[in-house]
Ligand binder design. Sequence first.
Ligand SMILES: [Fe+2]
Ligand SMILES: [Fe+2]
Length: 138
Amino acid sequence: MTDLLVPTELLTGIAEMDGQHDHLFNSMLQVKNALLSVSDVDEAGLTLLAQLLEELLEHFAWEQEAARANGIPFEHHAREHARIAAFVRGKIPELRNGRCNVPALMVYMERSFESHVAHFDLGLGTALRAAAQARRTG
Ligand SMILES: [Fe+2]
Ligand SMILES: [Fe+2]
């Protein structure tokens, strides 16, 4: 657990969710390295970004299912997921057309993701741990 990319204050205490977040931070780092290492955006960077979008969608689906299975309200959280997914999806054609400031995009994506975890996923983690606790004691 020493080389996690997720900042400690963003750990939810739900191992599977934290593992997925760590994986996503790792993917973002790879996209960043790929997009920033070339002067023109290339296919490899775009492919990595498309993969990151797929990973995000899978992760969002996992959180939604975990919430549903535990009776945790998720509408507001799901709207945020949809907003992030639409943002990333919209960046792919912009990057392809060269109409995108790549360094600014990467900083924005990292901050958005961290902010999402802080404002939505930490609360989900607390609710999931409470639900597990209730199952154990109930
Ligand atoms: Fe998440
Ligand atoms: Fe989330």
